[in-house]
Ligand binder design. Structure first.
Ligand code: BG6
Length: 484
Protein backbone atom coordinates (compact mmCIF):
# COMPACT_ATOMS: atom_id res chain seq x y z
CA UNK A 1 0.00 0.00 0.00
CA UNK A 2 2.19 2.84 -1.20
CA UNK A 3 -0.68 5.32 -1.60
CA UNK A 4 -2.22 7.73 0.89
CA UNK A 5 -4.57 5.77 3.11
CA UNK A 6 -7.81 6.43 4.94
CA UNK A 7 -8.01 4.27 8.05
CA UNK A 8 -11.52 3.15 8.98
CA UNK A 9 -11.92 1.65 12.45
CA UNK A 10 -14.94 -0.56 13.05
CA UNK A 11 -15.47 -0.48 16.79
CA UNK A 12 -14.01 3.03 16.67
CA UNK A 13 -15.55 4.10 19.97
CA UNK A 14 -14.81 0.80 21.71
CA UNK A 15 -12.29 -0.10 24.35
CA UNK A 16 -9.43 -1.10 22.06
CA UNK A 17 -9.77 1.99 19.93
CA UNK A 18 -9.92 4.25 22.97
CA UNK A 19 -7.08 2.72 24.95
CA UNK A 20 -4.74 1.57 22.23
CA UNK A 21 -5.48 2.54 18.63
CA UNK A 22 -6.12 6.27 18.96
CA UNK A 23 -3.19 6.84 21.35
CA UNK A 24 -0.94 4.85 18.97
CA UNK A 25 -2.14 6.90 15.99
CA UNK A 26 -1.60 10.12 17.91
CA UNK A 27 1.97 9.07 18.67
CA UNK A 28 2.64 8.18 15.03
CA UNK A 29 1.29 11.57 14.03
CA UNK A 30 3.37 13.29 16.72
CA UNK A 31 6.53 11.61 15.51
CA UNK A 32 5.61 12.37 11.89
CA UNK A 33 5.75 8.69 11.03
CA UNK A 34 2.29 8.35 9.58
CA UNK A 35 2.99 10.26 6.40
CA UNK A 36 0.82 7.90 4.34
CA UNK A 37 -2.12 8.19 6.67
CA UNK A 38 -4.76 10.64 5.54
CA UNK A 39 -7.95 10.43 7.63
CA UNK A 40 -8.95 8.29 10.59
CA UNK A 41 -12.62 7.43 10.39
CA UNK A 42 -14.05 5.86 13.51
CA UNK A 43 -17.32 4.03 13.01
CA UNK A 44 -19.75 2.98 15.68
CA UNK A 45 -23.42 2.44 16.36
CA UNK A 46 -23.77 5.53 18.51
CA UNK A 47 -25.58 8.57 17.12
CA UNK A 48 -22.69 10.92 17.71
CA UNK A 49 -21.02 13.19 15.15
CA UNK A 50 -17.48 14.15 14.26
CA UNK A 51 -17.34 17.20 16.54
CA UNK A 52 -18.54 15.23 19.57
CA UNK A 53 -16.27 12.31 18.70
CA UNK A 54 -13.26 14.62 18.54
CA UNK A 55 -14.07 15.98 21.99
CA UNK A 56 -14.34 12.47 23.45
CA UNK A 57 -11.13 11.43 21.68
CA UNK A 58 -9.39 14.49 23.13
CA UNK A 59 -10.43 13.58 26.68
CA UNK A 60 -9.53 9.92 26.24
CA UNK A 61 -6.13 10.73 24.80
CA UNK A 62 -5.38 12.79 27.88
CA UNK A 63 -6.23 9.71 29.94
CA UNK A 64 -4.53 7.00 27.93
CA UNK A 65 -1.47 8.56 26.35
CA UNK A 66 1.80 7.80 28.11
CA UNK A 67 3.10 10.57 30.38
CA UNK A 68 4.63 13.56 28.60
CA UNK A 69 3.16 12.69 25.21
CA UNK A 70 0.39 15.26 25.10
CA UNK A 71 1.03 18.21 22.87
CA UNK A 72 -1.67 20.79 22.16
CA UNK A 73 -0.21 21.72 18.78
CA UNK A 74 0.03 18.12 17.67
CA UNK A 75 -3.56 17.62 18.78
CA UNK A 76 -4.79 20.51 16.64
CA UNK A 77 -3.52 18.84 13.46
CA UNK A 78 -4.34 15.30 14.61
CA UNK A 79 -7.88 16.38 15.40
CA UNK A 80 -8.43 17.47 11.79
CA UNK A 81 -7.75 13.93 10.69
CA UNK A 82 -10.43 12.42 12.95
CA UNK A 83 -13.90 11.72 11.62
CA UNK A 84 -16.87 9.81 12.86
CA UNK A 85 -19.35 7.85 10.78
CA UNK A 86 -22.36 6.08 12.21
CA UNK A 87 -22.37 2.49 10.96
CA UNK A 88 -24.23 -0.37 12.53
CA UNK A 89 -22.09 -3.15 11.11
CA UNK A 90 -25.09 -5.38 10.54
CA UNK A 91 -27.23 -2.77 8.67
CA UNK A 92 -26.79 -2.71 4.88
CA UNK A 93 -27.94 0.87 4.41
CA UNK A 94 -25.38 2.30 6.88
CA UNK A 95 -22.48 1.52 4.54
CA UNK A 96 -23.63 4.12 2.00
CA UNK A 97 -22.81 6.93 4.45
CA UNK A 98 -19.32 5.49 4.85
CA UNK A 99 -18.93 5.17 1.09
CA UNK A 100 -19.92 8.84 0.65
CA UNK A 101 -17.45 9.95 3.29
CA UNK A 102 -14.64 7.91 1.74
CA UNK A 103 -15.45 9.30 -1.71
CA UNK A 104 -15.11 12.84 -0.38
CA UNK A 105 -11.47 12.19 0.51
CA UNK A 106 -8.42 12.11 -1.71
CA UNK A 107 -6.76 8.95 -0.42
CA UNK A 108 -6.98 6.04 -2.84
CA UNK A 109 -5.89 3.54 -0.17
CA UNK A 110 -8.30 2.17 2.43
CA UNK A 111 -7.35 0.28 5.50
CA UNK A 112 -10.28 -1.24 7.37
CA UNK A 113 -9.49 -2.10 10.97
CA UNK A 114 -12.03 -4.54 12.41
CA UNK A 115 -12.17 -4.33 16.20
CA UNK A 116 -15.71 -5.59 16.66
CA UNK A 117 -17.13 -9.00 17.46
CA UNK A 118 -15.18 -11.44 15.25
CA UNK A 119 -18.47 -13.06 14.22
CA UNK A 120 -19.16 -9.82 12.30
CA UNK A 121 -15.88 -9.77 10.35
CA UNK A 122 -17.17 -11.76 7.38
CA UNK A 123 -20.35 -9.72 7.17
CA UNK A 124 -18.50 -6.39 7.37
CA UNK A 125 -16.12 -7.40 4.57
CA UNK A 126 -19.03 -8.35 2.34
CA UNK A 127 -20.87 -5.14 3.11
CA UNK A 128 -17.78 -3.10 2.26
CA UNK A 129 -17.54 -4.95 -1.01
CA UNK A 130 -21.24 -4.46 -1.79
CA UNK A 131 -20.94 -0.76 -1.05
CA UNK A 132 -18.16 -0.57 -3.67
CA UNK A 133 -15.51 0.63 -1.24
CA UNK A 134 -13.01 -2.19 -1.61
CA UNK A 135 -10.48 -1.61 -4.36
CA UNK A 136 -6.97 -2.78 -5.28
CA UNK A 137 -5.55 -0.42 -2.69
CA UNK A 138 -7.69 -1.72 0.17
CA UNK A 139 -6.61 -3.93 3.04
CA UNK A 140 -8.16 -5.24 6.21
CA UNK A 141 -6.78 -5.61 9.73
CA UNK A 142 -8.38 -8.28 11.91
CA UNK A 143 -8.16 -8.03 15.68
CA UNK A 144 -7.94 -11.17 17.75
CA UNK A 145 -9.61 -13.43 18.77
CA UNK A 146 -10.04 -14.96 15.35
CA UNK A 147 -12.84 -17.30 16.25
CA UNK A 148 -13.43 -19.54 19.19
CA UNK A 149 -11.98 -22.74 17.76
CA UNK A 150 -10.56 -24.03 14.50
CA UNK A 151 -13.94 -24.32 12.82
CA UNK A 152 -15.10 -20.78 13.59
CA UNK A 153 -11.67 -19.40 12.71
CA UNK A 154 -11.76 -21.11 9.31
CA UNK A 155 -15.22 -19.75 8.70
CA UNK A 156 -14.10 -16.18 9.41
CA UNK A 157 -10.99 -16.59 7.28
CA UNK A 158 -13.01 -17.95 4.39
CA UNK A 159 -15.57 -15.16 4.53
CA UNK A 160 -12.86 -12.50 4.70
CA UNK A 161 -10.94 -14.18 1.84
CA UNK A 162 -13.95 -13.81 -0.43
CA UNK A 163 -13.31 -10.07 -0.34
CA UNK A 164 -9.63 -9.54 0.62
CA UNK A 165 -6.75 -11.66 -0.62
CA UNK A 166 -4.14 -12.91 1.84
CA UNK A 167 -1.65 -10.16 0.90
CA UNK A 168 -4.25 -7.58 1.96
CA UNK A 169 -5.21 -9.29 5.23
CA UNK A 170 -3.38 -8.29 8.41
CA UNK A 171 -4.15 -10.49 11.41
CA UNK A 172 -3.01 -8.71 14.53
CA UNK A 173 -1.25 -10.26 17.44
CA UNK A 174 0.05 -7.28 19.34
CA UNK A 175 2.75 -9.37 21.04
CA UNK A 176 4.55 -9.49 17.71
CA UNK A 177 4.74 -5.70 17.82
CA UNK A 178 6.61 -5.70 21.13
CA UNK A 179 10.14 -4.43 20.77
CA UNK A 180 11.84 -7.33 22.54
CA UNK A 181 10.11 -9.93 20.39
CA UNK A 182 11.73 -8.31 17.39
CA UNK A 183 14.97 -7.91 19.30
CA UNK A 184 14.90 -11.65 19.92
CA UNK A 185 15.16 -12.17 16.17
CA UNK A 186 18.10 -9.76 16.09
CA UNK A 187 19.90 -11.42 19.02
CA UNK A 188 19.27 -14.98 17.79
CA UNK A 189 20.20 -14.52 14.19
CA UNK A 190 22.64 -11.62 14.44
CA UNK A 191 25.08 -13.22 16.87
CA UNK A 192 27.19 -16.22 15.90
CA UNK A 193 27.56 -16.80 19.64
CA UNK A 194 23.94 -17.83 20.15
CA UNK A 195 22.97 -19.68 16.97
CA UNK A 196 24.96 -22.90 17.52
CA UNK A 197 23.67 -23.21 21.10
CA UNK A 198 20.04 -22.71 20.25
CA UNK A 199 19.10 -26.38 20.34
CA UNK A 200 18.63 -29.46 22.47
CA UNK A 201 22.37 -30.16 22.74
CA UNK A 202 22.74 -27.06 24.92
CA UNK A 203 19.28 -26.01 26.03
CA UNK A 204 17.65 -27.83 28.94
CA UNK A 205 14.23 -26.19 28.85
CA UNK A 206 12.43 -23.05 27.72
CA UNK A 207 9.91 -21.14 29.84
CA UNK A 208 7.46 -18.55 28.62
CA UNK A 209 5.49 -16.61 31.23
CA UNK A 210 2.87 -13.98 30.50
CA UNK A 211 1.68 -12.88 33.92
CA UNK A 212 -0.92 -10.21 34.54
CA UNK A 213 -1.91 -8.67 37.84
CA UNK A 214 -5.18 -7.29 36.48
CA UNK A 215 -8.43 -9.23 36.47
CA UNK A 216 -10.92 -9.28 33.61
CA UNK A 217 -11.44 -5.49 33.75
CA UNK A 218 -15.05 -5.17 32.70
CA UNK A 219 -14.59 -7.80 29.96
CA UNK A 220 -16.18 -10.56 32.04
CA UNK A 221 -18.79 -11.35 29.39
CA UNK A 222 -16.17 -12.02 26.71
CA UNK A 223 -13.73 -13.62 29.09
CA UNK A 224 -16.22 -16.03 30.65
CA UNK A 225 -16.73 -17.60 27.23
CA UNK A 226 -13.06 -17.52 26.34
CA UNK A 227 -10.69 -18.34 29.20
CA UNK A 228 -6.93 -18.02 29.40
CA UNK A 229 -6.07 -20.72 26.87
CA UNK A 230 -8.03 -19.11 24.05
CA UNK A 231 -7.40 -15.52 25.12
CA UNK A 232 -3.62 -15.71 25.55
CA UNK A 233 -2.08 -19.06 24.62
CA UNK A 234 -3.66 -19.64 21.21
CA UNK A 235 -2.23 -16.35 19.99
CA UNK A 236 0.33 -14.42 22.07
CA UNK A 237 2.09 -17.31 23.78
CA UNK A 238 2.22 -19.52 20.67
CA UNK A 239 3.43 -16.65 18.51
CA UNK A 240 6.26 -15.97 20.93
CA UNK A 241 7.03 -19.68 21.13
CA UNK A 242 7.17 -20.01 17.35
CA UNK A 243 9.73 -17.20 17.12
CA UNK A 244 11.86 -18.69 19.89
CA UNK A 245 11.82 -22.14 18.32
CA UNK A 246 11.87 -21.47 14.57
CA UNK A 247 14.71 -22.43 12.26
CA UNK A 248 16.73 -19.57 10.79
CA UNK A 249 14.65 -18.16 7.93
CA UNK A 250 16.39 -17.75 4.58
CA UNK A 251 15.64 -14.01 4.66
CA UNK A 252 13.73 -11.49 6.74
CA UNK A 253 10.94 -11.40 4.18
CA UNK A 254 7.50 -12.00 5.72
CA UNK A 255 6.92 -15.24 3.80
CA UNK A 256 10.23 -16.74 4.91
CA UNK A 257 9.71 -15.90 8.57
CA UNK A 258 6.12 -17.07 8.56
CA UNK A 259 7.08 -20.35 6.86
CA UNK A 260 9.52 -21.13 9.66
CA UNK A 261 7.05 -20.17 12.41
CA UNK A 262 4.47 -22.35 10.77
CA UNK A 263 6.76 -25.39 10.89
CA UNK A 264 7.11 -25.00 14.66
CA UNK A 265 3.36 -24.81 15.19
CA UNK A 266 2.91 -27.85 13.01
CA UNK A 267 5.48 -29.76 15.07
CA UNK A 268 3.70 -29.17 18.39
CA UNK A 269 2.61 -32.48 19.80
CA UNK A 270 -1.17 -32.48 20.21
CA UNK A 271 -2.55 -33.12 23.67
CA UNK A 272 -4.75 -36.15 24.12
CA UNK A 273 -7.00 -37.36 26.89
CA UNK A 274 -4.13 -39.71 27.76
CA UNK A 275 -1.46 -37.04 28.31
CA UNK A 276 -3.37 -33.86 29.13
CA UNK A 277 -3.33 -34.45 32.88
CA UNK A 278 0.45 -34.66 32.97
CA UNK A 279 0.98 -31.69 30.71
CA UNK A 280 -1.57 -29.04 31.63
CA UNK A 281 -2.91 -27.18 34.64
CA UNK A 282 -6.04 -25.05 34.65
CA UNK A 283 -6.59 -22.52 37.36
CA UNK A 284 -9.03 -19.83 38.42
CA UNK A 285 -8.38 -17.07 40.91
CA UNK A 286 -10.30 -16.82 44.10
CA UNK A 287 -10.26 -13.79 46.37
CA UNK A 288 -6.89 -12.51 47.48
CA UNK A 289 -4.71 -9.43 47.47
CA UNK A 290 -2.78 -7.88 44.60
CA UNK A 291 -0.23 -5.18 45.43
CA UNK A 292 -1.65 -4.93 48.92
CA UNK A 293 -5.26 -4.43 47.78
CA UNK A 294 -7.98 -6.95 48.49
CA UNK A 295 -9.60 -8.25 45.29
CA UNK A 296 -12.57 -10.50 44.60
CA UNK A 297 -12.42 -13.93 43.08
CA UNK A 298 -13.23 -14.36 39.37
CA UNK A 299 -16.64 -15.93 39.95
CA UNK A 300 -17.77 -13.17 42.30
CA UNK A 301 -16.42 -10.52 39.96
CA UNK A 302 -17.74 -11.71 36.62
CA UNK A 303 -21.07 -13.04 37.78
CA UNK A 304 -21.71 -14.92 34.53
CA UNK A 305 -23.43 -18.29 34.51
CA UNK A 306 -21.03 -20.03 32.15
CA UNK A 307 -17.98 -18.81 34.03
CA UNK A 308 -17.60 -21.86 36.26
CA UNK A 309 -15.98 -23.72 33.36
CA UNK A 310 -13.62 -20.82 32.59
CA UNK A 311 -9.95 -20.86 33.52
CA UNK A 312 -8.08 -17.64 34.28
CA UNK A 313 -4.73 -19.40 34.44
CA UNK A 314 -3.12 -22.10 32.42
CA UNK A 315 0.27 -23.82 32.62
CA UNK A 316 1.39 -26.23 29.94
CA UNK A 317 4.28 -28.46 29.09
CA UNK A 318 4.56 -28.36 25.30
CA UNK A 319 6.62 -30.68 23.17
CA UNK A 320 8.02 -29.73 19.78
CA UNK A 321 8.63 -32.79 17.68
CA UNK A 322 11.65 -31.94 15.58
CA UNK A 323 15.39 -32.55 15.64
CA UNK A 324 16.27 -29.20 17.16
CA UNK A 325 13.95 -29.44 20.15
CA UNK A 326 13.45 -33.15 20.83
CA UNK A 327 13.69 -33.68 24.58
CA UNK A 328 13.42 -29.97 25.48
CA UNK A 329 10.20 -29.13 27.33
CA UNK A 330 8.62 -25.75 26.65
CA UNK A 331 6.86 -24.71 29.84
CA UNK A 332 4.21 -22.08 29.18
CA UNK A 333 2.08 -20.23 31.69
CA UNK A 334 -0.23 -17.27 31.70
CA UNK A 335 -2.83 -15.98 34.06
CA UNK A 336 -4.77 -13.08 35.47
CA UNK A 337 -4.56 -11.68 39.00
CA UNK A 338 -1.07 -13.07 39.50
CA UNK A 339 1.38 -11.45 41.85
CA UNK A 340 2.71 -8.98 39.27
CA UNK A 341 2.65 -8.10 35.61
CA UNK A 342 5.55 -9.37 33.58
CA UNK A 343 6.19 -11.33 30.41
CA UNK A 344 9.38 -13.17 29.85
CA UNK A 345 11.08 -15.95 27.95
CA UNK A 346 13.75 -17.93 29.77
CA UNK A 347 16.16 -20.21 27.95
CA UNK A 348 17.77 -22.45 30.57
CA UNK A 349 20.98 -24.07 29.45
CA UNK A 350 22.08 -27.52 30.49
CA UNK A 351 24.21 -27.99 33.56
CA UNK A 352 27.88 -28.71 33.20
CA UNK A 353 28.58 -32.42 32.76
CA UNK A 354 30.88 -32.21 35.76
CA UNK A 355 31.11 -29.24 38.04
CA UNK A 356 34.31 -28.13 39.71
CA UNK A 357 32.18 -26.07 42.01
CA UNK A 358 29.76 -28.78 43.07
CA UNK A 359 29.67 -27.61 46.67
CA UNK A 360 28.97 -24.06 45.75
CA UNK A 361 25.37 -23.05 46.47
CA UNK A 362 25.40 -21.02 43.27
CA UNK A 363 26.01 -24.00 41.03
CA UNK A 364 25.64 -22.76 37.56
CA UNK A 365 22.63 -22.86 35.32
CA UNK A 366 23.19 -20.32 32.55
CA UNK A 367 20.06 -18.58 31.45
CA UNK A 368 19.13 -16.17 28.77
CA UNK A 369 16.27 -14.08 30.12
CA UNK A 370 14.29 -12.12 27.58
CA UNK A 371 11.92 -9.71 29.30
CA UNK A 372 9.11 -8.35 27.10
CA UNK A 373 7.49 -6.22 29.79
CA UNK A 374 7.33 -4.15 31.87
CA UNK A 375 11.01 -3.63 31.03
CA UNK A 376 12.35 -4.57 27.63
CA UNK A 377 15.62 -6.30 28.44
CA UNK A 378 17.69 -9.29 27.45
CA UNK A 379 20.24 -10.60 29.93
CA UNK A 380 22.54 -13.56 30.14
CA UNK A 381 22.89 -15.05 33.61
CA UNK A 382 26.36 -16.34 34.32
CA UNK A 383 28.62 -16.92 37.28
CA UNK A 384 32.07 -15.57 37.99
CA UNK A 385 34.48 -15.54 40.89
CA UNK A 386 33.41 -13.83 44.05
CA UNK A 387 36.17 -11.25 44.46
CA UNK A 388 38.37 -11.20 47.53
CA UNK A 389 40.96 -13.09 49.46
CA UNK A 390 38.69 -15.74 50.97
CA UNK A 391 40.01 -19.24 50.66
CA UNK A 392 38.82 -21.32 47.75
CA UNK A 393 37.19 -20.26 44.53
CA UNK A 394 33.66 -19.16 45.28
CA UNK A 395 31.14 -18.19 42.63
CA UNK A 396 28.73 -15.32 42.39
CA UNK A 397 25.96 -14.65 39.89
CA UNK A 398 26.54 -11.98 37.27
CA UNK A 399 23.99 -10.73 34.75
CA UNK A 400 25.29 -9.55 31.41
CA UNK A 401 22.87 -7.08 29.89
CA UNK A 402 22.47 -7.29 26.15
CA UNK A 403 20.19 -4.28 25.94
CA UNK A 404 21.45 -0.78 26.39
CA UNK A 405 18.72 0.90 28.38
CA UNK A 406 20.21 4.38 28.27
CA UNK A 407 20.42 4.23 24.50
CA UNK A 408 16.96 2.77 24.06
CA UNK A 409 15.09 5.04 26.41
CA UNK A 410 13.88 7.59 23.89
CA UNK A 411 12.75 4.94 21.44
CA UNK A 412 10.15 3.02 23.40
CA UNK A 413 6.77 2.71 21.72
CA UNK A 414 3.59 0.74 22.11
CA UNK A 415 3.19 -2.45 20.07
CA UNK A 416 0.13 -0.96 18.34
CA UNK A 417 2.23 1.92 16.99
CA UNK A 418 4.58 -0.53 15.31
CA UNK A 419 1.74 -2.66 13.93
CA UNK A 420 -0.44 0.19 12.71
CA UNK A 421 2.54 1.69 10.95
CA UNK A 422 3.39 -1.63 9.33
CA UNK A 423 -0.19 -2.18 8.21
CA UNK A 424 -0.35 1.33 6.73
CA UNK A 425 2.91 0.60 4.90
CA UNK A 426 1.73 -2.85 3.80
CA UNK A 427 4.42 -4.82 5.67
CA UNK A 428 3.04 -8.18 6.83
CA UNK A 429 6.09 -9.50 8.69
CA UNK A 430 4.63 -8.99 12.16
CA UNK A 431 1.15 -10.24 11.32
CA UNK A 432 -0.17 -13.78 11.38
CA UNK A 433 -0.82 -15.67 8.20
CA UNK A 434 -4.04 -17.61 7.85
CA UNK A 435 -2.43 -21.03 8.14
CA UNK A 436 -0.53 -20.00 11.30
CA UNK A 437 -3.69 -18.98 13.12
CA UNK A 438 -5.52 -22.10 12.04
CA UNK A 439 -2.75 -24.48 13.06
CA UNK A 440 -2.51 -22.72 16.43
CA UNK A 441 -6.23 -23.35 16.89
CA UNK A 442 -5.76 -26.99 15.96
CA UNK A 443 -3.31 -27.39 18.83
CA UNK A 444 -5.39 -25.46 21.37
CA UNK A 445 -8.50 -27.36 20.30
CA UNK A 446 -6.65 -30.60 21.11
CA UNK A 447 -6.22 -29.30 24.67
CA UNK A 448 -9.81 -28.15 25.05
CA UNK A 449 -11.12 -31.48 23.71
CA UNK A 450 -8.87 -33.43 26.05
CA UNK A 451 -9.96 -31.26 29.01
CA UNK A 452 -13.56 -31.98 28.16
CA UNK A 453 -13.05 -35.70 27.71
CA UNK A 454 -11.20 -35.91 31.01
CA UNK A 455 -13.36 -33.38 32.87
CA UNK A 456 -10.07 -31.75 33.88
CA UNK A 457 -10.73 -29.81 37.07
CA UNK A 458 -9.95 -26.12 37.48
CA UNK A 459 -7.70 -25.56 40.47
CA UNK A 460 -8.23 -22.50 42.57
CA UNK A 461 -5.41 -20.07 43.37
CA UNK A 462 -5.47 -17.00 45.52
CA UNK A 463 -5.35 -13.73 43.64
CA UNK A 464 -1.90 -12.24 44.08
CA UNK A 465 0.01 -15.55 43.86
CA UNK A 466 1.67 -17.14 40.83
CA UNK A 467 -1.14 -19.63 40.18
CA UNK A 468 -2.17 -22.98 41.65
CA UNK A 469 0.37 -25.26 43.34
CA UNK A 470 -0.21 -27.75 40.55
CA UNK A 471 1.65 -25.37 38.22
CA UNK A 472 4.74 -25.64 40.40
CA UNK A 473 4.32 -29.41 40.44
CA UNK A 474 4.07 -29.54 36.62
CA UNK A 475 7.67 -28.40 36.40
CA UNK A 476 8.89 -29.94 39.67
CA UNK A 477 8.12 -33.52 38.55
CA UNK A 478 10.79 -32.96 35.89
CA UNK A 479 13.24 -31.78 38.57
CA UNK A 480 12.94 -28.14 37.48
CA UNK A 481 11.54 -24.84 38.80
CA UNK A 482 9.84 -21.89 37.21
CA UNK A 483 12.34 -19.10 37.02
CA UNK A 484 10.99 -16.30 39.22
C1 BG6 B 1 -5.15 -9.25 25.11
C2 BG6 B 1 -6.01 -10.13 25.97
O1 BG6 B 1 -4.99 -9.84 23.84
O2 BG6 B 1 -3.88 -9.09 25.72
C3 BG6 B 1 -6.16 -9.51 27.35
O3 BG6 B 1 -7.28 -10.28 25.37
C4 BG6 B 1 -4.80 -9.23 27.95
O4 BG6 B 1 -6.91 -10.37 28.20
C5 BG6 B 1 -3.92 -8.45 26.98
O5 BG6 B 1 -5.00 -8.48 29.15
C6 BG6 B 1 -2.49 -8.36 27.51
O6 BG6 B 1 -1.73 -7.49 26.70
P1 BG6 B 1 -0.45 -6.78 27.30
O7 BG6 B 1 0.21 -6.15 26.13
O8 BG6 B 1 -0.91 -5.80 28.32
O9 BG6 B 1 0.38 -7.87 27.92
Amino acid sequence: MSQMVDLVIFGGTGDLSTRKLLPALFQLHRHKLADRLHRIIATGRGATDTAAFRQVAHDNLLRFLPANSWDEEVWSTFCDRLHYCRVDASQDQDYQGLADLLDEGEAPGRLYYLATLPSLYGKICHQLHNAGIVNDHSAVVLEKPLGHDLQSCRQINEQVAEVFNEESTFRIDHYLGKETVQNLIAVRFGNPLFSPQWRNTFVDNVQITVAEDIGVEGRGGYYAKTGALRDMVQNHVLQVLSIVAMEPPSSLRPADIRDEKMKVLRALQPMTSGNVRDNTVRGRYGAGAVAGEAVKGFLEEAGYQDADSTETFVALKATINNWRWAGVPFYLRTGKRLSRRYSEIVIEYKKLPFSLFANDPNELINKLVIRLQPEETISLHTLNKRPGLTRGLRLQPVELHLTDESQNKGDSYDAYERLLLDAINGDQTLFMRRDEVEIAWRWTDSIIDAWEENSTPIKQYNAGTMGPNAATALVAVDGRNWYE
